[in-house]
Design a protein around this ligand. Structure first.
Ligand code: ZN
Length: 84
């Protein structure tokens, strides 16, 4: 149980960068640390984790020809070879 809370806490800290208000909510839930609260915090973190992931995906280049996601420094598509 303690390890799970610590894991959630580390994930929550990552969220402090972009979503401070919700991170406060998560932190509050983790501070209470009852089983149900920890599960609730975990669910909140899961939902929040999806939003930054979408933002990061949008910021990364993707192939204009086939849509494959590419590393930021790519000049050509890894899949179809089209210039990025
Ligand atoms: Zn491509």
């Amino acid at each position: 149980m303690r390890a799970a809370v610590d894991h959630l806490f580390r994930q929550g800290r990552l969220l402090l960068w972009g979503i401070p208000a919700t991170s406060v909510l998560v932190q509050t839930l983790l501070d209470r640390a009852a089983d149900g609260d920890a599960a609730e915090a975990g669910a909140a973190i899961e939902r929040l984790a999806a939003a930054p992931a979408d933002a990061l995906t949008a910021a990364e280049p993707s192939c204009g020809s086939c849509g494959t996601e590419l590393p930021p420094d790519s000049r050509f598509c890894n899949k179809c070879g089209a210039p990025v």
